[in-house]
Design a protein around this ligand. Sequence first.
Ligand code: GLY
Length: 376
Amino acid sequence: LAPPDPALKIKTAPAPEPVERRLCVTTPSATYNVELRHDAGAWLIDAIDAATPNARLFILTDQTVAALHADALTRALVGRGRQVTLHSVPAGEGSKTLETASRLYDELLLAGVCRTDAVVALGGGVVGDLAGFVASTILRGIRSVQVPTTTLAAVDASVGGKTAVNSPRGKNLIGTFHQPQAVLIAREHLATQNPRQHAAGLAEVVKIAATSDALLFERVERDAKALLEFAPQPLLDVIARAVELKALVVGRDEREQGERAILNYGHTIGHAIESGERFRLLHGEAVMLGMLAEAEWAVTQGGSPKVVERLSALAKALALPTSWTAARIDLGALALDKKRQGEEVRLPVVPKPGTVELRNVSLEALASFVQRRTAT
Ligand code: GLY
């Protein structure tokens, strides 16, 4: 008898499709679902349809995302009998301004927008914040649905209802709280971002893990390579857990009266780095450097250097920048931080991954730490 074909032995059952998720965000002002799936097919159209009954839909996107996804989404919605118009802005942080918002107001008003209509934000953090801002202010507020196409928008920006545009004096200084009707995340959409954007989005996962979940932090340490490579199961698990943790925080403190400030970990110095770098760094990259800087500052206050070591190792594993000495830090932006109360800011401090404290820190002390550190 001929020996069995060895190829037969290695035939295995196809790996089970990873579980898809639906999470609920409940805040004092709204309750909505965050859905995560692999494809961007019929479920997405069903979900937009269900979240926006009787609305005309204004899809707001950027030119890069428009070329990739807007056609398919528009055609599918029109196929359902929905009235849809598409509005796109240039890609990048430069579009997050009052001028761009004003142009969009004109486009929507010319098209006859009414209060029963809805905005669909199709894109990354810039589009989500800008579209949310336009939705929350036009006609004193219309509905919105978030369809994030970057990891950063999926794990952070699209959930929780913060909307914003930048001022020439700093990032996100003009904005509102306006919860969406739904957040609809398709891995197929996320797969079209570039690897650098994906890695930068994972920095926001590191943020929520560092402040709220030691096990998630360990999982990201363990699965960093698989996450960067877009492995379906770890990616879906990690995004779902990050969203779940954020939803809990936002549910307890929608308008950032207290606990929600923990979501600003790395953002006080991070925004100053982002501004100093004139937005050459992606937001998540600046936040990673901001977390490292704020963790180093915590060491000067008696905190454990272990946190800096683990953050730094994780940044390396995720292909994120780790050195902020060369970064040009905008001390003016630091002084203008929108979270400041008088001369102080409520700074999240991480004594060890998974735990967080909010401390009142003088902005001047933080600025002089940054200056001393950048001088070395
Ligand atoms: N991105 C921080 C927050 O939503 O509060």
